[in-house]
Design a protein around this ligand. Structure first.
Ligand code: LLP
Length: 427
């Protein structure tokens, strides 16, 4: 997390801005994002695909963190978007994001979302199942359009990550299985259906992966499948290998440089294409977490300190599961620090407890932290992905705002919700 530093007051800074000042100005809980870190990740991915593969399209997976400003940044960086819903597509289009650079990937698209995507010229639709394929075809025909379709495949590769985010194995709700013949049948049907141009194949093997080998393996399986399709007279132009690149949440995580990933995967794709006498496909990748997570942190104010002798100390904060459900869902680990005591030693082991009426509302257990007391500001690091985007209104807690840091200045990019916002749709 090289966007972090400690100033002369001993306060944690992000992008050169004192996080204690940010908490004072915007209130807590607050998500803070460092724009340079987001842009640097985009550029690294873009450069690595150019250098190692000779081009392709980097599509930021908006599910990691989607808001208008993030879409503006992606537009400015000249990369694409991997979206999951009409809402994400809408957010992108509302800031003039070029529709042809949007990919729409989900496992159960509603008819109105398919219509919305086609109406607005979304570049590619990643199709998940046979019923959806037929629906896309009939909707496109009805609209007098041709949908450019990419088939989501399960390459049967298991990556070492936590189970909830594993997606490439056969027992997954996502995509067509290659090994059962389902994918081949779908591709044949797809290439014969009206209103559809079968342009590519896609896979995404999981998330928070620190190993290059499963990506290489997936690439190999995908090229092999493209070869089988060629033998059936079906030409595949695009290959999307999804996202999943791991980041450093704690000292235990050792992420692989994106350049190394692209280098090895590009080499494997080209080698497999050569062996099968295939043209090298247009490459797409969909990083989400690796673009957004390292750029962000969340600030909370400590409200209480509860020590249960011989058991544990709970540090009670003014946020929790509604702004970050990842511990409740995955037992995910984070690095935390007391922002106003950043230079002090982390000599306590604590449990960071959220404010909602749920025992499982924790940000983490057994975490080393400085001695934290009422009014201290706690920073949870690397929360730029899958926190704001997974926020809920449990207990009618208004969603926290997002502040962007750039050139040592801050600006609000998502406002804090009010009680009225929370009750807006109540009748
Ligand atoms: N492409 C597809 C088709 C995906 O399903 C995903 C993530 C990505 C790209 C981006 O993957 P990333 O680069 O972010 O690993 N909520 C979970 C993560 C779920 C990931 C779902 N798919 C979490 O908080 O860890």
């Amino acid at each position: 997390m090289d966007n972090l530093s400690v100033n002369s007051k001993g306060h944690l800074c992000i992008g050169g801005v004192d996080t204690v000042d940010i908490a004072a100005e915007y209130g807590t809980p607050v998500y803070v994002m460092d724009e340079d870190t987001v842009r640097r990740a985009c550029r690294e991915f873009k450069a690595s695909i150019e250098e190692n593969y000779g081009g392709g399209m980097v599509c930021y997976a908006t599910k990691a963190f989607c808001c208008k400003e993030m879409c503006r940044i992606m537009k400015d960086e000249g990369i694409g978007l991997d979206t999951v819903s009409g809402g994400e597509i809408y957010t992108a289009l509302s800031v003039g994001f070029p529709a042809e650079r949007i990919v729409f990937t989900s496992n159960n698209k509603k008819d109105e979302e398919i219509v919305y995507a086609l109406e607005n010229g979304v570049g590619r639709i990643t199709c998940d199942n046979i019923e959806e394929l037929r629906r896309i075809s009939s909707i496109a025909v009805g609209m007098g359009k041709t949908a450019r379709v990419v088939l989501r495949l399960k390459p049967g590769v298991e990556a070492h990550t936590f189970e909830a985010v594993m997606t490439g194995q056969i027992d997954s709700k996502f995509g067509f299985a290659i090994e059962t013949g389902e994918a081949l049948t779908a591709a044949k049907e797809c290439s014969a259906l009206p209103g559809i141009e079968l342009s590519g194949v896609h896979c995404h093997i999981g998330s928070q992966i620190h190993d290059i080998a499963p990506f290489e393996k997936a690439a190999e399986v995908m090229i092999d499948f493209i070869g089988r399709l060629r033998d059936e007279g079906i030409t595949i132009k695009d290959l999307s290998l999804g996202g999943g690149f791991g980041i450093k949440y704690t000292e235990k995580d050792i992420p692989v440089p994106y350049g190394d990933y692209m280098k090895r995967v590009s080499a494997r794709v080209k080698e497999c294409c050569r062996a099968k006498d295939l043209e090298v496909p247009f490459m797409m990748i969909e990083p989400g977490r690796s673009v957004a997570a390292p750029a962000g942190l969340t600030l909370y104010t400590v409200g209480s300190r509860k020590t249960i002798p011989d058991i544990r100390t709970y540090i009670g904060i003014d946020g929790g599961m509604p702004d970050n459900p990842r511990y409740a869902l995955y037992k995910s680990e984070y690095t935390v620090t007391v922002a106003n005591k950043a230079n002090e030693p982390k000599d306590e082991i604590i449990t960071l407890a959220g404010r909602t009426c749920e025992s499982g509302d924790l940000i983490g257990e057994n975490m080393p932290l400085q001695h934290a007391e009422e009014k201290d500001i706690v920073a949870v690091l690397s929360t730029g992905a899958y926190c704001y985007s997974m926020a809920s209104h449990y207990n009618r807690v208004p969603n926290a705002p997002v502040v962007m840091v750039k050139d040592k200045k801050t600006r609000l990019i998502v406002r804090r919700e009010t009680y009225e916002d929370v009750a807006r749709n109540d009748i």
